[in-house]
Design a protein around this ligand. Structure first.
Ligand code: AMP
Length: 150
């Protein structure tokens, strides 16, 4: 990359593109025409959720600003539901760009992580969570979203 407009190409073989195409499963908490939110399989805290715009972009750097304009309000909605579902004291939002920035999956996504006072984060990509735990956590967030919408 030589300047800020010289981005690597989007590669639709990445794992989130495959989830979006329905080729591999995910523990979904919400989906509409523009975005999907599902559980991170290697959570840094219980309830760690990923918010993913459906429009293809590698990360924040090459994303269409119109996509970003929808992404932040949606991230807020998920963050509020995650906070409620996990009775969190706070929420950490993370978003990584390019390998040097810590990115490992090259489809734009935002991490939403519930935090509790005095509890540290587990390591990024530290270990796989059990599927039944992810199912239960996704259900909690879905319920909180319903309550927010009520
Ligand atoms: P990063 O690209 O560094 O922002 O992080 C990618 C995140 O995706 C990591 O936190 C992984 O645990 C998570 N991840 C990788 N594969 C999957 C998958 N199949 N389903 C859900 N989360 C995943």
């Amino acid at each position: 990359m030589t300047d800020q407009t010289d981005f690597p190409d989007y590669d639709d073989s990445n794992i989130f593109a495959r989830i979006l195409r329905g080729e591999i499963p995910s523990h979904k908490v919400f989906e509409d025409d523009d975005v999907i939110a599902f559980m991170d399989v290697m959570p840094q805290a219980p309830g760690h959720t990923l918010v993913v715009p459906k429009a293809p972009s590698r990360n924040l750097l090459d994303a269409d600003p119109a996509v970003l304009a929808k992404l932040m309000p949606f991230t807020q909605r998920i963050a509020r539901a995650v906070k409620k579902a996990f009775e969190a004291d706070g929420i950490t939002i993370m978003q990584f760009n390019e390998p040097a920035g810590g990115q490992t999956v090259f489809h734009l996504h935002v991490h939403v992580i519930p935090r509790h006072d005095g509890v540290g984060l587990k390591r990024h990509e530290g270990g796989m969570e059990k599927p039944d735990v992810l199912v239960a956590n996704a259900n909690k967030i879905r319920q909180a979203l319903k309550e927010e919408d009520a």
